[in-house]
Design a protein around this ligand. Structure first.
Ligand SMILES: NC(=O)c1ccc[n+]([C@@H]2O[C@H](COP(=O)([O-])OP(=O)(O)OC[C@H]3O[C@@H](n4cnc5c(N)ncnc54)[C@H](O)[C@@H]3O)[C@@H](O)[C@H]2O)c1
Length: 369
């Protein structure tokens, strides 16, 4: 991995805590971005130490040590937290208390109680917090959002989405935290879908759900079916499974991450309005030629816009650099990240108690009840 020459001086110097799967993706994006530099790697694992030595960057086992060291004052402008979910809150709090700008991977934290602590710390901190919902930086989502909000689909009435994919056994064996209740496809994956759906349909007001762990047998679910009502009146049905042999997921349809096999003729979201429907990410639109004579007896005009695919992780680093330089405010704020978490926690409660969860009265006590 060769750093790109800097075009701006000085580059924003970013330390990455957690050099696992996504941490290394951030490191790659930092190297490619000509306005950022990698200041340090923080990760207690022996593999990370070797990785840092290969990259010839300063290495720390502990974030506190990095932040308290003189090196920080001189060489680190911002931190990315890409550690297991249950560590996010404590590490983010440490950064916020030192007024260190931070990008926290999703879920911003693993429970709403620690989310509350983060919100309180934000009021005292001078530094911005960006949450790593990188699909907010995706060209596909930008395009889809513009289409939905342009009104060309009419009033949106119904959404169907799938996140069906198959995680291999070594995904769980290499990082056993992924089998725990602090992980699972709801907290790890559905949270991305929730953010996407909020970008398209507005705020979630009610949630119903069923979950199953029957196939993998972990303490956390492997499969879920979810129904959501949005403040816009839209109803959404979403099916997610990490043990489903299907290409119908964002990862395998969007072509944003070449590491995944990809199926460009497949979709993962269907947005139905009163005048047309949109399949994402192929951007296929079925619309009536005569809007006055809409009927299931009439043929649709079918059009597809070629999907514009870019790299949202790279776009996110670009944005983070501008956030650190106070040129932009976080596109995905701490409040946004916590709202996504709240919806996911509501899904867990709706499933475990067999109830409809009303988001307006849902808080961290309901989440643990
Ligand atoms: N935005 C995305 O698309 C995306 C994708 C994958 C993961 N994630 C999120 O990123 C986080 C990490 O996931 P992953 O799949 O990369 O996990 P991973 O297990 O591959 O990597 C986590 C790394 O954190 C290190 N670590 C553990 N304790 C630490 C500590 N105290 N300080 C510093 N490092 C520590 C581990 O040694 C490991 O290298 C999770 O919160 C996950 O939800 C986001």
């Amino acid at each position: 991995m060769q750093p790109t020459p800097y075009t701006t001086n000085p580059p924003v110097r970013i330390a990455v805590a957690g050099a696992g799967y996504i941490g290394q993706a951030h490191i790659g994006a930092i190297f490619k971005n000509n306005s950022s530099a990698l200041s340090a790697i923080v990760d207690p694992s022996p593999n990370a130490k070797i990785y840092a030595a290969n990259l010839q960057v300063p290495y720390f086992e502990d974030l506190d040590v990095l932040l308290k060291s003189n090196l920080t004052q001189q060489h680190t402008d911002a931190v990315i937290i890409a550690t297991p979910n249950h560590l996010h809150a404590q590490q983010a709090l440490t950064c916020m208390r030192m007024d260190m700008p931070v990008l926290v991977e999703k879920p911003v934290t693993h429970d709403l109680a620690s989310g509350q602590q983060l919100l309180e710390a934000l009021t005292m901190s001078k530094a911005p917090v960006l949450v790593g919902h990188h699909r907010a930086h995706s060209a596909i989502m930008k395009n889809a959002r513009a289409m939905v909000h342009s009104g060309q689909l009419g009033k949106i009435v119904s959404v169907v989405g799938t996140a069906w994919f198959f995680k291999p056994d070594d995904y769980f064996e290499s990082s056993p935290w992924r089998k725990s209740k602090a992980a699972g496809p709801l907290l790890l994956n559905m949270i991305h879908e929730v953010h996407n759906l909020r970008m398209l349909c507005g705020e979630v007001t009610q949630v119903q759900a069923m979950t199953s762990q029957a196939t993998r047998g972990f303490e956390v679910e492997d499969t879920a079916s979810i129904t959501m009502r949005f403040d816009s009146g839209v109803l959404a049905s979403f099916a997610i499974s990490d043990t489903a042999a299907s290409p119908k997921s964002w990862e395998q349809t969007s072509q944003e991450n070449p590491a995944y096999s990809s199926y460009p003729d497949q979709n993962c979201y269907y947005i139905a309005g009163t005048h047309a429907s949109l399949a994402i990410p192929t951007m296929t639109i079925h619309s009536y030629t005569n809007t006055q004579q809409r009927s299931w007896w009439k043929p649709f005009q079918v059009s597809a816009q070629p999907a514009i695919t870019d790299d949202p992780i790279a776009n996110q680093i670009d944005h983070f650099v501008r956030v650190v330089r106070a040129e932009e405010t976080p596109l995905v704020s701490l409040h946004d990240g916590l709202e996504n978490l709240k919806v996911v926690q509501a899904i867990v409660v709706a499933a475990s108690q067999g109830i409809t969860v009303h988001m307006a009265s849902f808080n961290h006590s309901s989440a643990i009840a």
